[in-house]
Design a protein around this ligand. Structure first.
Ligand SMILES: Nc1ncnc2c1ncn2[C@@H]1O[C@H](COP(=O)(O)OP(=O)(O)OP(=O)(O)O)[C@@H](O)[C@H]1O
Ligand SMILES: [Mg+2]
Length: 359
């Protein structure tokens, strides 16, 4: 028997051992391990100290804290590791373009359409706040107001009277709350009716998409007019739309129209990211009690039936209407309100759905 048994001392950890441990950590949303997903980069090991980059597929990742915790735990479990530094960043993946003849918007990784089957369900309110929520998470975001019948973005961002400017024949977007913004309303005199017919409409939309200096964007959110008409179909034919967010209220009538909108997008090859139930319940400003004026939960059930992701429920909250009318998006000015939190959550869910599609 030896006097001294050579004890298995912790050998210095290696980058290979760290990667091997991380190849067992799954992304809960994307269903693959972090190494296969190329989310672990620049692993450096020095003695027992490990540092690495964790590169998420979106800065709006709803699971970012739990993924980070799993990474730290897995690396600490590698023999010889004494400390771990995880640097969090993101690299939004571009949408795929499965259909020929559709020209991507230069520099834009994902075009996201916000649509509804029925008018007045809160599409513009959700679009604007969703875009601001994505920008606040750290993404590069643009907002295009393509509602030729009733552009709301000038009001929602307190930009009534703003006029489009150009540079070398290209449209220069306005900027607010970290967004690049173009609205059809920037072309119109106040309250002038819009009489855009087919070819002119196509040309206008084409110019907003391909003739604007969007720069590098992770997401370009498009606020569409209600329903399933020319603008929706032209948009889908003009450029690859990464996905559509469908907004509805809980009434049966609105839900019937959701199905129509979903079918229309499917026909033109646009994936549905999911459905937001807006005005889901009324939050009393005095006693904070909740009333379900239009019924509640219909969108969740409809999503389950159609195999779609439910993106969340946004309460009817007076602060949201007041902030919208004042031109200051609620997710920026009062992010702690329930409505703002619900829209921020819907933004994260939409981003996660896109990450999954773009794998
Ligand atoms: N969750 C909410 N709580 C309170 N007010 C809301 C909510 N959602 C929308 N609103 C208000 O309802 C009105 C209609 O909303 P919005 O203009 O966003 O609807 P829309 O679907 O874009 O309409 P349209 O079909 O005309 O484009 C606005 O006054 C808006 O401020
Ligand atoms: Mg609108």
């Amino acid at each position: 028997m030896a006097l001294f048994e050579k004890k298995e001392t912790a050998q210095g950890a290696t980058p290979e051992a760290v990667l091997s441990a991380l190849s067992k950590v799954m992304d809960p949303e994307l269903g693959k391990d972090l190494v296969t997903l190329n989310m672990i980069r620049n692993v450096k090991v020095s003695g027992g100290e490990v540092e690495l980059d964790l590169v998420l597929t979106t800065p709006a990742c709803p699971m970012k804290n739990s993924i980070r915790a799993s990474v730290e735990q897995a690396v600490r479990g590698v023999p010889g590791v004494s400390s771990v530094l995880v640097r969090l960043s993101s690299d939004v993946r571009p949408a795929k373009n499965p259909m020929e003849g559709r020209r991507p918007v230069e520099g834009v990784r994902n075009v996201v359409a916000v649509a509804s089957g029925k008018g007045g369900v809160g599409k513009s309110t959700i679009s604007a706040n969703l875009a601001v929520a994505l920008a606040r998470s750290g993404a590069r975001v643009g907002l295009l107001d393509a509602d030729i019948y009733g552009p709301s973005v000038p009001t929602l961002f307190n930009m009534k009277g703003h006029r489009l400017t150009g540079d070398n024949g290209k449209i220069v977007p306005a900027q607010a709350h970290g967004l690049k913004i173009v609205s059809i309303g920037f072309l119109l005199e106040d309250d002038s009716p819009v009489i855009w017919r087919g070819p002119m409409l196509m040309k206008g939309l084409e110019q907003f998409l391909h003739g604007t200096k969007w720069g590098e964007l992770d997401y370009l959110v498009i606020d569409l007019p209600p329903g399933t008409g020319d603008v929706q179909i032209s948009l889908a034919q003009m450029t690859p739309v990464a996905g559509a967010v469908v907004v509805t209220t809980p009434q049966d009538l609105a839900l019937i129209d959701v199905r129509k909108a979903v079918r229309m997008f499917e026909q033109v090859g646009v994936p549905i990211l999911g459905v937001v139930e807006n005005m889901s319940y009324f939050l009393c400003p005095h006693c904070a009690s909740r009333s379900e004026i239009f019924g509640h939960g219909g969108a969740r059930t409809a999503c389950a039936e159609m195999g779609l992701r439910f993106l969340g429920e946004v309460p009817l909250q007076v602060e949201l209407r007041v902030a919208s009318d004042a031109g200051s998006p609620l997710v920026a000015t009062s992010p702690d309100t329930l409505a703002a939190q619900a829209i921020a959550k819907a933004a994260e869910e939409s981003a996660a759905a896109l990450s999954l599609l773009n794998l």
